[in-house]
Design a protein around this ligand. Structure first.
Ligand code: PLP
Length: 508
């Protein structure tokens, strides 16, 4: 073989190969299609409300794995058409379901760039720039929410897939720090006392998954009652910890919620932090939804208390508007992640200490989730984010006011950017609370929600407030404007009146 032969790159015709010219052509075409989608989205339905069977037919679900490949152009066209014509769009200005944000366009481009470079952000050597960008992203998120970490350094943390994973990572950090024996080696059986967790009844279901997955069992959760505003009862918390210690158990973790899923309630975080410090308990804040609103105009002052926590879970794919998936686990003292996850000595690269994220969390190979978050933080800056989040909250309050102004709508709760409310026909207004009436209202509002979804003009989810089935609008959407929220009461009243009429016609 001559020298010139090996100097030339080989031209292997692999099944997945795509020459740069074809990549450019298909890529531009896809970007054009996405731009068209974004332009026309406000005029199209949030969702078509199709059934599982319709969607299975659409993609020919039973078709076996194709033996032979197809041109990239064909499959990309096919996928784009199906997805853009038949999906539910949380990027629609009138999508207000669950806590799912509208995706930032720069995040869409960021994911493309991340996939093109494809750094493995498990190891510094494999991802030098990406690792440092992730570390900066974590620091910036800490700064944004006012969680500076142990002095003098910044907080520790890493990106994960979402709020659940971020909470699970913090749970393990808390456990390793609090067990008092070598729990990573000898497990729960290595201790003589039962480790217990304290969380309010408004806590998200990640807590059951954590207790179950990590071998404690859900009975290790002490459910603390809440007040009418869904905030944890501090006296009950203190009493329960006392009783459990008396019984020889090991209370180790207290969970506060910064923005509950159903109503957006914020626990008294500063008081909880002070209590935990005095009692030597790990204080974790689940801020998946609400933490990003800390310091934002119109947000509850209680959020400031999260700066006192030992760990915080936040969700960039919620109020940082990152495309799915992006969660972030933050710990006050960076050592705690290493203590919970590492099996290696600290790593040095050319004599400088460097971060290997596989030592700070459960994943080994890791994608570059941080890029889309980092790009958006740079594009909007702190000011831009404060403005977007404050506007979401302001729009939610505007919606609350117009709901209160409608005779046939009953406002139930308003906090952060969540409103819960329901439709109540005129003649039942004075009879709410009667068992039969409540049953009827519950069934009716359930149908109203389903019909709104089917018609696709807006999208709401639901909550149950003191036994009442409520419609729930959560604005984590930088595309929503005043006209969008102003249209909602009328829509609910129109559909509510229809459903009421139909249900009464069917009564015996
Ligand atoms: C959304 C949410 C979670 C779960 O986060 P995912 O990103 O869906 O995994 C947990 N806790 C709270 C308070 C949330 O709002």
């Amino acid at each position: 073989m001559s020298e010139t032969d090996t100097a030339r790159p080989s031209a292997r015709a692999a099944a997945l190969a795509m020459d740069p010219e074809e990549f450019r052509r298909l890529g531009y075409r896809l970007v054009d299609r996405i731009a068209g989608h974004l332009r026309t989205l406000p005029q199209r339905p949030v969702t078509r409300g199709e059934t599982p069977d319709q969607i299975r037919t659409l993609i020919d679900a039973q078709r076996p794995l194709p033996e032979r490949g197809e041109p990239a152009e064909t499959v990309l066209e096919d996928a784009a058409g199906k997805l853009i014509e038949h999906s539910l769009f949380n990027g629609h200005p009138r999508f207000w379901g669950y806590i799912t944000s509208s995706p930032a366009p720069i995040g869409m481009l960021g994911d493309l760039l991340a996939a093109a470079v494809n750094p493995n952000v498990g190891a510094w050597t494999l991802a030098p720039v990406a690792t440092e960008i992730e570390a900066q992203t974590v620091r910036w998120i800490g700064e944004l929410i006012g969680f500076p970490g142990a002095s003098p350094g910044a907080c520790g943390g890493l990106l994960v897939s979402g709020g659940n994973m971020a909470n699970l990572v913090c749970f393990l950090a808390a456990r390793a720090a609090q067990a008092g024996w070598a729990i990573r080696e000898s497990g729960l059986a290595g201790g003589s006392r039962r480790m217990l967790v304290y969380a309010s009844e408004a806590t998200h279901t990640w807590i059951q998954k954590a207790a179950d997955l990590f071998g404690h069992g859900t009975e290790a959760i002490r459910w603390i009652p809440t007040n009418a505003g869904e905030q944890i009862d501090l006296d009950a918390l203190g009493r329960q910890v006392g009783v459990d210690r008396e019984a020889g158990h090991l209370p180790f973790l207290v969970v506060g919620t910064a923005g509950s899923v159903s109503t957006g309630a914020v626990d008294p975080l500063a008081e909880m932090a002070a209590y935990c410090r005095a009692e030597n308990l790990w204080f974790h804040v689940d801020g998946a939804y609400g933490a990003m609103a800390a310091g934002v105009a119109g947000a509850p002052g209680e959020l400031a208390g999260l700066s006192e926590a030992d760990s915080v879970a936040v969700d960039p794919h919620k109020w940082l508007y990152a495309p799915l998936e992006a969660g972030c686990a933050l710990v006050r003292d960076p050592r705690h992640l290493r203590d919970a996850f590492s099996y290696h000595p600290p790593y040095y690269h050319f004599e400088q200490e460097a971060i290997n994220y596989f030592d700070l969390g459960p994943q080994n190979s890791r994608g570059f989730r941080a890029l889309k978050v980092w790009l958006a933080l740079r594009q909007a800056g702190r000011e831009g984010y404060r403005e977007m989040i404050a506007t979401d909250i302001r729009l939610a309050r505007r919606l609350a006011a117009s709901i209160r102004g409608e005779r046939r709508l009953e406002a139930l709760t308003q906090a952060l950017s969540i409103n819960t409310f329901r439709f109540v026909p005129d003649d039942l207004r004075a009879r709410t609370g009667e068992a039969a009436v409540e049953q009827y209202l519950n069934r009716m509002n359930q149908q109203i929600q389903a019909r709104i979804e089917r018609e696709g003009e807006a999208f709401l989810s639901n909550a149950v407030i003191a036994g009442r089935y409520a419609l729930r609008a959560c604005i984590v959407n930088f595309r929503t404007g005043e006209r969008d929220v102003d249209a909602l009461p009328e829509l609910v009243i129109r559909i509510g009146s229809e459903v009421d009429r139909e249900m009464r016609a069917q009564l015996p």
